[in-house]
Design a protein around this ligand. Structure first.
Ligand SMILES: [Zn+2]
Length: 85
């Protein structure tokens, strides 16, 4: 064998939950939670930090991210969004 990387390979083998991409950390200081998607984080904030969530909404009144959250609730309804009647 020309290479000896086998030795090194055995040493590093367990690193997962640590390396997972979690860019969306809970903005609450005392909360160590972080999520892999904005939606998950928003949901967490909504459930765990309702007050903060309200503020967030007010600040991002015209934010799409928040709109998406609301949209998730209506996901069940898959139909047209036209105003025909
Ligand atoms: Zn939190």
């Amino acid at each position: 064998m020309p290479f000896e990387i086998d030795n090194e390979k055995k040493k590093r083998h367990r690193r997962q939950a640590n390396e997972i991409a979690r860019h969306y950390k809970c903005p609450i200081k005392d909360c160590p939670k972080s999520y892999g998607s904005e939606g998950s984080l928003n949901q967490h904030i909504k459930l765990k930090h309702a007050e903060y969530y309200q503020e967030m909404i007010q600040q991002n009144n015209a934010n799409q991210s928040i709109a998406e959250l609301g949209a998730a609730a209506f996901m069940n309804k898959s139909g047209q969004d036209s105003k025909r009647g």
